[in-house]
Design a protein around this ligand. Structure first.
Ligand SMILES: Cc1cc2nc3c(=O)[nH]c(=O)nc-3n(C[C@H](O)[C@H](O)[C@H](O)COP(=O)(O)OP(=O)(O)OC[C@H]3O[C@@H](n4cnc5c(N)ncnc54)[C@H](O)[C@@H]3O)c2cc1C
Length: 130
C-alpha cells in the first residue's frame, strides 16, 4: 500500500494480520508473514472493504483538483472511435453528460460498460476462502 493512502486503514476497525492459518482434515499449519526485518508496526491489515473505499474517497475529495459526483453511468460517449466522456443518472433521476480527456472505466467484474469497449473473456484464476 503506498504511503499516501496508508492512513485510510485508520479508524475503520482494521485488524493487524501477521499471517494465515490453514485448516484441513483436522490438521493445521501456520503461514507467517516474513516481518523480522521491518518496523514493528509493519503488518497486514484485515478490514471491511467498503469502509476502506469510503476512506479513500474522502481522502481523494480533499484534493483541490478533485470533485466527486455520484451517479449510475448509463453509457459511454463515443466520438470517432474514441471515448470522450460518459452519461450518468443522478439519485434524482437527472441524466447528465460529463466530458474528459481521459475516462477510466472501473465498474467491477460484472461490468456492463466494458462490453461496449471489448469482448472480455473473464477468467477466475484463483479462489480464496477466508
Ligand atoms: C467476498 C469477497 C471477498 C474478497 N476478499 C478480498 C480480499 O481479501 N483481498 C483482495 O485483495 N480482494 C478481495 N476480493 C476481491 C476484490 O473485492 C475485487 O478484486 C475488487 O473489489 C475489484 O475492484 P474493482 O474496482 O475492479 O471492482 P469493484 O470493487 O466491484 O467496484 C466497482 C464499482 O463500480 C460501481 N459500478 C458498477 N456499475 C456502475 C455504473 N454503471 N455506474 C456507476 N458505478 C458503477 C459498483 O457499484 C462498485 O462500486 C474479494 C471479493 C469478494 C466478492
Amino acid at each position: 500500500m503506498c504511503s499516501w493512502n496508508a492512513d485510510c486503514v485508520e479508524e475503520i476497525d482494521a485488524q493487524r494480520v501477521l499471517g494465515y492459518a490453514l485448516f484441513k482434515d483436522g490438521k493445521n499449519t501456520r503461514l507467517s508473514y516474513p516481518l523480522e526485518k521491518f518496523h514493528s508496526d509493519v503488518a497486514g491489515r484485515s478490514f471491511h472493504n467498503g469502509r476502506f473505499i469510503q476512506r479513500m474517497r474522502e481522502k481523494a475529495a480533499t484534493l483541490p483538483n478533485v470533485r466527486l459526483e455520484q451517479g449510475t453511468v448509463t453509457s459511454l460517449l463515443e466520438d470517432n472511435g474514441a471515448i470522450k466522456g460518459l452519461q450518468y443518472k443522478t439519485k434524482t433521476g437527472e441524466e447528465i453528460k460529463a466530458f474528459a480527456p481521459l475516462t477510466v472505466v472501473c465498474d467491477g467484474c460484472f461490468s456492463n460498460l466494458r462490453r461496449s469497449l471489448c469482448k472480455p473473456k473473464v477468467k477466475w484464476p484463483a479462489n480464496l476462502v477466508e
